[in-house]
Ligand binder design. Structure first.
Ligand SMILES: [Zn+2]
Length: 512
């Protein structure tokens, strides 16, 4: 009898088919989305309790579990600050938004302005043409040169150099003290109100460890930018057309920017939770952020941002994967990482990638989960970005094996790939992507999934209404989790590490 049990356990490990339990996923999701975690705010007691809960679960599965302290600084711009462009004092919120990324309480800037197109420098494109921005202010458009050619800025899809975060990073690398991003609604894909609302409160950063940083990272209203370049007899339309050209040359404007920036700095810290199933020196990683937006007492009904889908769902899947992997014997180690401060700008994942517990080169793959809804048994899965990696074929095979269709990215021009935690790992060179569900569920018309997704976006996304629903289907989510398990199992046992496809924008970071 004992021998029989022994052999059957071995067989289970070898065939890698442990049972994934939907009820366990439900229990984790419901618990983490509960009011006692107070919306799992970064640096708030509820967020810390969520990290403790996740660590406790990992430990109970017998995994080596640790916390990684993530040092952060909240920076708010104080109303005593002034912002004067070409001699005209601008109005905060209406004309511009600004934040000090250098983490100094007070700075003054009086510097000339240079228009540098899209501010992009890649192996294929250079807006700087040798220009040193040291002590200067960069003026740039958001987004990237227009393209229908998949070989040039990935066609219609947005690449990372098109994102506003890149503009601040790249201009700082070129020595700029301040950068003004020109807001144009179609290029940003959102209106000025969105910029104004998301920049009027404290912004969080990883505590600086050296490296370049802007003293004033700003957006300016399109009309203000038009007025500014008009002083030199230029129009934004003309400059936009120039910016499409490979032989674009930076243009020094005659105007200056004068800024006095007073900031409140609030150092705090939060924790990533890391669990390891130890095997070989190489590893496969799963990740899901546990933080959400915390409590905002002024909001109805209770001001608690439960974040049931965003991202208690991903954490619940991560925990169930950790549990089942704990009793298997893969060739590579498995890491289960629940990150903090994702909602603050992927900060926990960025810190992990900058301070990894093992060399990033030894991580074959990161599979991330962010908002995986329990709306039924999925017929479609998503893995946007897997086509950039040598793991694409395996993803297609595992999907086909489970009767799932791999749904394409519905909006490549939105650049969603750069807005989830896996991106921080990709920047460090690790082949990474998020795995999610499409909108087609078994026994339901496609319209059912579309309706639920639209309703979620309208009523729940980043709102206090993102709450656990008793009606949710966790057998369906277990099926999704099976797919995610199979991918990790494959990556943990295949001969070679996963790599980027040649020419991918992250290949260089992997080869460094
Ligand atoms: Zn979110």
């Amino acid at each position: 009898m004992k021998t029989w049990i022994f052999w059957s356990v071995l067989a289970l490990a070898a065939s890698a088919q442990p049972v994934i339990e939907g009820e366990r996923i439900r229990a984790h999701l419901k618990h983490l989305a509960g009011d006692e975690f107070e919306g799992r705010g970064t640096g708030q007691p509820g967020g810390d309790r969520a990290a403790d809960y996740i660590a406790e679960q990992f430990r109970s599965y017998g995994l080596e579990t640790s916390f990684q302290e993530v040092p952060l600084v909240g920076v708010s711009t104080l109303p005593t600050s002034t912002f004067t462009l070409a001699g005209r004092p601008l109005k905060s919120g209406d004309d511009y938004v600004v934040n000090n990324q250098s983490q100094e309480a007070r700075v003054t800037i009086d510097a000339p302005i240079v228009f540098v197109g899209f501010g992009i420098q890649t192996p294929d494109w250079d807006d700087y043409k040798g220009l040193d921005l040291k002590g200067k202010v960069a003026l740039v458009f958001v987004n990237e040169p227009e393209s229908q050619d998949p070989g040039f800025f990935k066609g219609r899809a947005l690449t990372y150099p098109g994102r506003w975060t890149y503009k601040f990073e790249e201009t700082a690398r070129h020595g700029a003290v301040a950068t003004l991003i020109i807001h144009r609604t179609d290029l940003a894909a959102y209106g000025w109100e969105v910029v104004r609302n998301s920049w009027n409160s404290e912004k969080s950063y990883l505590k600086r460890e050296g490296g370049p940083a802007l003293q004033a990272a700003a957006w300016i209203h399109y009309d203000v930018a038009g007025w500014l370049v008009g002083k030199d007899g230029l129009t934004l339309e003309q400059l936009y057309q120039e910016s499409q050209l490979r032989d674009f040359q930076p243009r020094a404007l005659t105007s200056r920017l004068q800024v006095r920036l007073d900031s409140r700095l609030r150092p705090f810290s939060s924790r990533n939770v890391i669990a390891r199933k130890a095997a070989g020196p190489e590893a496969v990683m799963y990740s899901a952020h546990y933080d959400h937006l915390g409590i905002r007492p002024e909001e109805k009904p209770d001001g608690i941002y439960n974040g049931a889908l965003d991202n208690a769902s991903g954490c619940a899947i991560l925990l169930e994967l950790a549990r089942v992997f704990a009793s298997t014997a893969p060739k590579r180690s498995l890491y289960f990482v629940s990150t903090t401060a994702e909602e603050q700008g992927l900060l926990g994942a960025a810190y992990f990638a900058q301070h990894p517990p093992l060399p990033l080169k030894q991580i074959s793959l990161d599979l991330n989960f962010d908002m995986v809804p329990p709306w039924g048994e999925p017929e479609e899965v998503t893995a946007n970005g897997c086509e950039r990696t040598t793991f694409h074929g395996e993803v297609l095979q595992e999907a086909a094996h489970l009767g799932l269709k791999l749904a394409p990215d519905p909006a490549p021009e939105a650049g969603l790939y750069y807005r989830m935690d896996h991106f921080s790992l990709a920047q460090g060179g690790v082949p990474s992507f998020s795995v999610g569900e499409g909108l087609k569920f078994r026994g339901q018309p496609l319209a059912y999934g579309i309706e639920l997704a639209n309703d979620y976006t309208r009523r729940c996304y980043h709102q206090a209404a993102d709450e656990f629903q008793e009606s949710w289907d966790f057998q369906g989510l277990a099926r999704f989790t099976r797919f995610a398990y199979n991918l990790g199992w494959r990556a943990a046992n295949q001969d070679k590490l996963v790599q980027w496809r040649p020419g991918d924008e992250f290949e260089a970071a992997r080869l460094k």
